[in-house]
Design a protein around this ligand. Structure first.
Ligand code: MLT
Length: 325
């Protein structure tokens, strides 16, 4: 009996020491961050800046893999089912909360199938249109949409995406429905907007700022209460009489459930370093956003944000009564 106890103790000691050793030497190979939207879009832009800075801190390549589709749920499912060894992560946004309500049949549970690394940033949105739309201000856009209704093609990145939620808010605020054209992300949607294949979109400043500045698209409002330094000429919705047209897109970093506390702590530390990186701060500011605070770059802050946002959006979505499945 003594011999069995001794070997059990040895086995446990070995298991602990090897996971501890693994965590100590983490990372020993490249890390993949899954972006649940197409390349070239706002979530991709944010993730590539963070990945670059974390790569320098961790001493290993941090690469981005785009898994678009179904409002971001395909990419999230990919990470929920991935190895919990710290080498597959997810950078996702508000969609992590809203899809739990909009998709009544999700292949994962956001409160159980992920470890939380920390908040990353919170990005304002812009209401934008093709450059040749005959409207010079928000009221003229509203009149145009009310006159043309479902003939107006509104682009978004699928049910649950930020561009979907902002579209819901806008259509609810003006009490008029448009025809929604879904994409794998707002990266490709913006290309079609510049080409005039679609008419209108609400998208994050991290995707639209450069095109607004060079005039390849028109902008009518920013979805925050004060104008942005990065886009000083674009008025707020409230300035133009559209009260309540306010939404910002928070982003978080996640790992599969069961990833060790040591590895999650190492990732949280590295995220904190990345959010203080000069290039990240400069690029974020130029694109109308800012890094989350060091305090918010924590598992507790991300979990709290997720829980409060699910409660915030549930009544709005249930009132709209539009579900993905
Ligand atoms: C993207 O990266 O394409 C966007 O985040 C999509 C969206 O949520 O609108």
């Amino acid at each position: 009996m003594k011999k069995l106890a001794a070997s059990l103790a040895a086995a446990t000691m070995f298991a602990f020491s090897s996971s501890y050793a693994t965590a100590q030497s983490y990372p020993t190979q490249p890390i993949t961050i899954v972006v649940p939207f197409a390349a070239g879009g706002p979530t991709d832009t944010v993730t590539r800046l963070i990945a670059q800075a974390m790569s320098q801190d961790l001493g290993q390549q941090v690469v981005v893999e785009n898994v678009g589709g179904a409002g971001g749920t395909l990419g999230a499912a990919r990470v929920a089912q991935a190895e919990n060894d710290g080498y597959t992560l997810l950078l996702h946004h508000i969609g992590m909360a809203t899809t739990t309500i909009l998709y009544r049949d999700l292949p994962y549970n956001v409160m159980e199938d992920f470890e939380y690394v920390g908040l990353v940033t919170e990005v304002p949105m812009t209401l934008v249109a093709r450059a040749d739309l005959e409207a010079e201000n928000l009221q003229q856009v509203i009149d145009y949409v009310r006159e043309n209704g479902e003939d107006v093609m509104y682009a978004n990145a699928g049910i649950g995406a930020a561009s979907h939620l902002c579209g819901l808010l806008f259509m609810d605020a003006i009490d008029t429905q448009m025809t929604t054209i879904p994409y794998q992300g707002t990266g490709p949607a913006l290309t079609d907007l510049m080409g005039g294949q679609v008419d209108l979109m609400c998208d994050q400043t991290t995707n639209t700022t450069n095109q607004i500045r060079d005039g390849s698209i028109k902008a009518y409002a920013v979805t925050v209460s004060d104008r942005l330094d990065s886009l000083p000429d674009i008025p707020t919705g409230a300035e133009q009489g559209l009260e309540g047209f306010e939404v910002t897109i928070w982003h978080g970093l996640y790992a599969p459930a069961g990833t060790s506390d040591e590895i999650v702590a190492r990732l949280t530390d590295s995220l904190k370093v990345a959010l203080q990186d000069e290039t990240v701060i400069e690029r974020f500011a130029d694109l109308g956003t800012a890094p989350s605070s060091q305090e918010d770059a924590s598992p507790e802050a991300l979990r709290a944000k997720l829980e409060s946002e699910i409660e915030l959006w549930r009544p709005i979505i249930e009132a709209a009564g539009e579900y993905a499945n």
